[in-house]
Design a protein around this ligand. Sequence first.
Ligand SMILES: [Cu+2]
Length: 141
Amino acid sequence: MSKNALVIIAVVGVIAIAGIWLLKGSSKTTPTPSYQASPTSQESASPSAQVSQNLVRITSSGFEPQTITVKAGESVIWVNENTVSHQVNSVVHPTHQVYPPLNTVGMLPAGESKSLVFADKGTYKYHDHLNPSLTGSVVVE
Ligand SMILES: [Cu+2]
């Protein structure tokens, strides 16, 4: 009787240990790091994809695209990809009074970026105050 009890305990013990190892093994294999990393990288990729939608690049040749069309409530981000500073200001040079919020974008040193939310429909013209011949406009629909 005591022998049988020992056998039962031993069998139960082996099953329990095997079960624990199986659980440990499965929990180790299921959440592969690559699977966990991909949702977070997708999450960080989607906002940047949204940003790149309304992205105005500033190069030595000016604003690209020169006219960008966005929906009301969206933001436009200006990225200075040039090696010198550019300064985004509202028309009309040099007083910049037509749409003052554009002046909050202002000075962009090389490599810097800044965004502005456009809440209301309209056409907003701006220029590079440091190179006033470089112009652009934001059309908000
Ligand atoms: Cu100006």
